[in-house]
Design a protein around this ligand. Structure first.
Ligand code: C5P
Length: 279
């Protein structure tokens, strides 16, 4: 695309962002359940992020309507966002209740990630995720150009990566032998770049909070209540909701134990009760 097309496009994007800032502010004030420090009214259910790992609009909205009063945020990942586009965000917002965690795991050159984040923030999600694999420049370019109230969460180390994968990727032994050091290094980079928080497993959340302070929001996936433990599970580094929150998680991502329960709303309530026991 020629350069002369880019400037009007940027201006259009920036104008759009400005005109929506007030709405962003209203939406945030109305629905956002912040971390405990900023929001003493945070309830146990507000810790729960439910991933809408579902193939189509109708199924996703079925769970939104079922769970909107029982969870804090709905996580929209790549599959749902790519297949349904921004309309799914609009529908979740209109349903009321829970907020939106837009899990795009952005990863590209700083200019592109910055612009992608700005475009995502037009839809006023409470959180958008960005990878921190390329270091602080990408994260800084997003943080310094964040046009609204959407919070930036940095992905530290995917729980699908193990020691062997990381060695093959060229990581030094001091990190492959002790994953928490690698998570901590990435979390520190994210904090220094101005991110609001990070995503890490329940095995690293305590050290991250201890070393980097409680203000850095920690989102923890890989959650399995004891009542949901099953033999074959692809989540390897799991902890219970209670342990995750006791270790300092501000939010937990918990999908299948709720989604596949006979009564998903009851399952979410059980998770919230367990969280309450940890507070
Ligand atoms: O609880 P369950 O295993 O069903 O949760 C799956 C969800 O957790 C998926 O949406 C996946 O993207 C997310 N997840 C994550 N970070 C990880 C592992 C899983 O956000 N490290």
């Amino acid at each position: 695309m020629k350069l002369f097309l880019c400037k009007p496009l940027i201006q259009h994007l920036e104008l759009n962002i400005q005109s929506r800032l007030w709405r962003d502010k209203l939406v945030s004030e109305r629905t956002f359940h912040s971390d405990t420090k900023e929001n003493p009214m945070k309830e146990p259910k507000d810790f729960i992020i439910f991933p809408l790992d579902l193939p189509d609009y109708d199924q996703a909205m079925h769970y939104v309507n079922l769970l909107k009063e029982h969870v804090g945020l709905f996580k929209v990942g790549l599959e749902l966002f790519i297949s349904q586009g921004p309309r799914i965000l609009k529908s979740i917002r209109e349903a009321g209740g829970a907020g939106i965690f837009l899990d795009l795991k952005l990863h590209d050159i700083p200019a592109t990630v910055k612009r992608a984040f700005m475009a995502a923030s037009l839809h006023s999600p409470e959180f958008v995720t960005v990878h921190c694999d390329e270091g602080g420049d990408i994260l800084r370019s997003v943080a310094e150009n964040n046009p609204g109230k959407t919070r930036i969460l940095a992905i530290t180390v995917l729980t699908s990566l193990n020691q062997e994968n990381l060695s093959l990727l060229g990581y030094r032994e001091e990190y492959t032998n002790d994953l928490s050091r690698l998570v901590l290094l990435k979390a520190k980079t994210a904090k220094e770049a101005g991110c609001h928080g990070i995503v890490c497993s329940g095995h690293e959340v305590a050290i991250v909070k201890k070393e980097l302070g409680s203000e850095l929001i920690a989102v923890t996936p890989g959650i399995r209540p004891e009542w949901s433990l099953v033999g074959q599970d692809d989540q390897k580094r799991i902890v219970t909701p209670k342990i995750a929150v006791e270790r300092g998680a501000d939010y937990i991502v918990i999908g299948r134990p709720i989604r596949d329960a006979d009564n998903p709303a009851d399952a979410a309530k059980r998770v919230a009760d367990e969280i309450a026991s940890a507070l």
